[in-house]
Ligand binder design. Structure first.
Ligand code: FES
Ligand SMILES: [Fe+2]
Length: 457
């Protein structure tokens, strides 16, 4: 696909209110190839959380685009990330999701590596009659081009020229801070991980995190169950209403808003929160004193953050980290974790985990509805029609390039801010991610063409 074909994937005319994406974006293997090269393998992507490898020699395996990756803590406690591939014949070296290994021996021909990635043994080296070129070669594991740690959130890129991680995250760092600062000691992942796949393009998941519009229709059975539980509890006198005099959001504040950030990151927020069921409510005063009442208030908002391209943080029905791995144009793997503040009470942690189980994952009451919707979209896009979708239009007349009062309260400068009644259900925040995606693809296709010409010359 050449650069001018790639340019036609997005029709973006703000003056006419038009924003449409070609169906090939969701099903064409050539688009997928460009996404791997120029989005996932050329930018920072989320690899995992430092609490997944807490002790020296701990490791966990993950992905960076199409590259299998291992993140390891060395003997001195430093974290590093390597391509999970043995330099002998490129066999993958680590096969478990996580573990502890001072020395890792490749199961194919027995080369060994320490936890800082250094080669410690080439089996039968002396008898190997190696030429000097072998001795000169690098026998160590290959480090990913750049590895970054933002307050325990670990990112990597295969692009040595990538901008610095802090610059890449930009003001979306505030979204991470609102999660991390819920405890003076930060957050931790609750033990246990869930993996599942769906037969759909990864961008359906990318969009869904920013999509407040689907909630009442897609999750009507969940909402029905919540109402049923409330009725049952009333009848049996089992409702324990805890009233907190000090409330960070008033019900008269019921609002919805969005922020879009420079490198494709975004936030969907709403002040419609059930505070009495919130696992953090018992710490409200401590939070107000430590981070200030404005930041504390934002910790209690419903927030769905996207760190482009592969991380989503849902702090709504419970607290979930979601990592997307595109496998093909029409298949996606999700890895999900429950997270919570370090040191929270046993009761609050138990409540958090129950809420998490209730709503998320293939066994929960919401995720299956979402993934079926993605698969419906995938089927719909297989129709060879020129008709484009109308799914990025809500909020089109109220988006503002200037920071609104909420952005100023948080001290951030998003590229776009939107605010309205709960039923505004803004869709324009998805536009920023797609504009960034489109720019990477067009520039990447141009670079590919230039490299091809250079090779032919
Ligand atoms: S592939 Fe690892 S030792 Fe041969
Ligand atoms: Fe949903």
């Amino acid at each position: 696909m050449n650069a001018s074909d790639v340019a036609t994937l997005l029709e973006d005319s703000p003056e006419w209110g038009i924003f449409r994406i070609d169906r090939r974006a969701f099903e064409d293997p050539e688009v997928f190839e460009l996404e791997m090269q120029h989005v996932f393998e050329a930018n920072w992507v989320f690899l995992g959380h430092a609490s997944q490898a807490p002790k020296p020699n701990d490791y966990f395996t993950t992905w960076l685009g199409r590259a299998p990756v291992v993140v390891m803590r060395d003997m001195e406690g430093r974290l590093n990330a390597f391509i999970n591939s043995c330099p002998h014949k490129r066999a993958t070296l680590f096969h478990s999701a996580s573990g502890n290994a001072r020395v890792k021996v490749c199961r194919y021909h027995g080369w060994a590596f320490d936890s800082s990635g250094r080669n410690k043994l080439v089996k039968a080296r002396e008898a190997g009659a190696y030429a000097e070129a072998f001795n000169q070669a690098d026998h160590n594991l290959q480090a990913v081009a750049r590895f970054g740690n933002y307050r325990g959130m670990l990112f990597g890129t295969l692009n040595p020229k990538a901008i610095d991680l802090e610059e890449y995250l930009g003001d979306a760092r505030t979204m991470l801070d609102l999660m991390i600062d819920q405890s003076p000691d930060g957050i931790e992942l609750v033990p246990g991980v869930v993996k599942y796949t769906f037969e759909g393009n990864w961008k359906f998941q990318l969009e869904n995190c920013s999509d407040g519009y689907h909630f009442t229709s897609t999750h009507s059975s969940f909402l029905g169950l919540v109402e049923q539980r409330a009725r049952n509890a009333k009848q049996t006198g089992g409702v324990k209403t805890v009233w907190h005099n000090n409330r960070p959001w008033e019900s008269s504040d019921a609002k919805l808003g969005t922020f879009s950030f420079e490198h494709g990151h975004s936030l969907l927020w709403s002040s419609q929160v059930n505070l009495d069921n919130h696992p953090l409510i018992g710490r409200l005063q401590e939070l107000q004193e430590r981070v200030g009442s404005d930041r504390a208030k934002w910790m209690f908002a419903n927030r769905s953050s996207t760190i482009f391209p592969n991380l989503q943080i849902a702090e709504n029905a419970a607290s979930q980290l979601r990592v997307m791995r595109p496998i093909s144009a029409t298949r996606t793997e999700m890895t999900t974790y429950c997270f919570g503040p370090v040191g929270e009470s046993r009761e609050a942690r138990a409540q958090r985990i129950r809420q998490y189980e209730d709503f998320f994952n293939p066994s929960g009451l919401a995720t299956p509805d979402d993934t079926v919707a993605y698969e419906d979209c995938q089927l719909g896009y297989s129709a060879p029609t020129r008709q484009r979708q109308l799914g990025y239009m809500r909020g089109g007349t109220v988006t503002s390039a200037e920071p609104n009062a909420h952005a100023r309260e948080l001290g951030i400068r998003p590229v776009a801010s939107v605010e309205g009644a709960i039923e505004l259900y803004d869709e324009t925040l998805m536009r920023t991610s797609y504009r960034v995606w489109h720019r990477h693809l067009v520039e990447g296709a141009r670079r590919n063409a230039a490299a091809c010409k250079g090779e032919q010359a």
